[in-house]
Design a binder for this molecule. Sequence first.
Ligand code: NAI
Length: 252
Amino acid sequence: NKTLVITGAASGIGAATAAHCAALGARVLCVDMRPPARQHAGFFQADLSDPAAIDRLVAELPAGIDGLANIAGLPPTRPAADVLKVNLLGLRHLTLGLLPKLADGASIVNLASLAGFEWPQALPAIQASEDLDFAAVPAFCERFGIHGARSYFFSKEALIAWTLRHRWSWRARGIRMNAVSPGPVDTPILQDFIETLGERAEEDMRIMDRPGRADDIAPVVAFLLSDGAAWIRGTNVPVDGGMHAHILAQIH
Ligand code: NAI
């Protein structure tokens, strides 16, 4: 049975993914800043906005991890620097720190978002963010005008670009990485997105028929973590009731 580390496991998509993978027989290790209702094979408390806390977490986790699902994230209504730290810097810090503990052939899945869809437009900032340090976040946000909700969009744009860029960085060990990009999903932070999108939210909901459910996303993450997805790498999979296609169809 596979050993999987799932961050954000206390709520929403992370909790659903943990439950789904456990039901498939995986040994699920939950990571979050607060304890999940279901802790599965174990719970590790960590603040993923803090590099020292992430280093401690990496030290506590066992070796031989077959899959890492980076699902923890903050919504666009939270302070810009915090959003960038959790959604991008913390995720990268954990992933890179955990590499020595990943088994050969391991799969990494990053929860991005439809909000990151326009990532190529942000390339200069994305390139500048590649080595961005936690302490330099306020100066970085100032330099690239990343304020308010823009931080959420940017964090997901940069995450998709990072996932594509490192699709095969750990090729010698067969470790691969992919992203999943949901449209609005009915979790505790759905209202944050509706607030951020304003009038557009209503139109989007009409196109998608309904908001997503955490259980619409969990099986996709589980599949990408599985051996069945062994030849999928550097992909960003939209799970959004057709929203991605709708935007593309308008452009082309
Ligand atoms: P949620 O708020 O239900 O769950 C997020 C989890 O992350 C929570 O358990 C929270 O405690 C944890 N978390 C937040 N900051 C943390 C930190 N500093 N350290 C450790 N854990 C932390 O949200 P949801 O909807 O399940 O979101 C999961 C992921 O899916 C996020 O990355 C989000 O950006 C992404 N997403 C969500 C969408 C939605 O509409 N709900 C749409 C597209 C992407």
